[in-house]
Design a protein around this ligand. Structure first.
Ligand code: XBP
Ligand code: MG
Length: 248
């Protein structure tokens, strides 16, 4: 039986957006004359903390030079970062392989679509607007983002929130994630989860995933199977998801 809804994470899953987030953070720090620059290695460590505001607070707790000029200003700095990010994402970040195809297939089959993300809602609107045009948000029955829930991933709150608004049981849905925090959040809400690791999460621990795949696959670009279900397939389709769920 094919799932009744697909619930997508955003950053690292729909598109490789964390590099744009990192750029927006660094441009904001420079504009504020804060002596901080998050290189890739530092950012990978900082990604253990979900949420941009929480990430700045976590970084500030390490008492970097200039911290005194940022304390009490996290919301303001994050708002400035979000403005820069929406401009970058609005200019277009390519969707990962197979994402647009599966979204189209789901729409045609009447399978409902939802978003469960830690990132702020304006970021989702900018990214999806650039990818799918003015009607982008209407593709999704439910969009759960940012501070709409008290606890961020790996807490299951955002997925529980989305399931409640879909009015569907977890068993009728499948989640798509790129990170261990995200996988834990989805599993915590009882969701079977497909993981497509991204540039910042490759090689992480994805125990408990229904399948771990390089991406969602295309006819002319099959995914690389990494773990779990899907060894005999080349693309994530509704039919394949139905078979994997039945066999799980
Ligand atoms: C990943 C996150 C986000 C982004 C930054 O989100 O942890 O916090 O890194 O976005 P996702 P904000 O759940 O989609 O993988 O600065 O808006 O928090
Ligand atoms: Mg993610």
């Amino acid at each position: 039986m094919i799932p009744r809804a697909l619930i997508f994470d955003v950053d690292g899953t729909l598109a490789e957006t964390e590099e744009l987030h990192r750029q927006a953070f660094n441009e904001t720090f420079a504009a504020e004359a804060l002596p901080w620059h998050w290189d890739k290695a530092a950012y990978r460590r900082l990604l253990d903390v979900a949420g941009g505001k929480e990430r700045i607070a976590h970084f500030l707790a390490s008492a970097p030079a200039g911290a005194e000029r940022a304390s009490g200003r996290i919301a303001e700095l994050h708002a400035a970062k979000t403005q820069r990010y929406t401009a970058l994402a609005g200019a277009g970040a390519p969707l990962r392989s197979g994402v647009a195809r599966l979204i189209r297939e789901a729409r045609q089959a009447g399978v409902r679509l939802a978003i469960a993300t830690t990132t702020s809602l304006p970021n989702v609107e900018a990214l999806l607007g650039a990818a799918f045009g003015a009607e982008a948000m209407a593709l999704f029955d439910v969009v759960g983002a940012g501070d709409v829930v008290p606890a961020k991933k790996p807490a299951p709150d955002i997925y529980a929130h989305v399931l409640e608004r879909l009015a569907l049981p977890a068993a009728a849905c499948v989640a798509f994630e790129d990170s261990t925090n995200g996988l834990k959040a989805a599993r915590g809400a009882g969701l079977a989860t497909i993981v497509t690791p991204g540039i910042y999460t490759e090689g992480d621990d994805f125990s408990g995933a229904l399948a771990v795949l390089s991406d969602l696959g295309e006819k002319d670009a099959p995914y690389r199977h990494l773990a779990g279900a899907g060894a005999g397939d080349t693309m994530v389709t509704l039919d394949a998801l139905g078979r994997w769920l039945a066999a799980a």
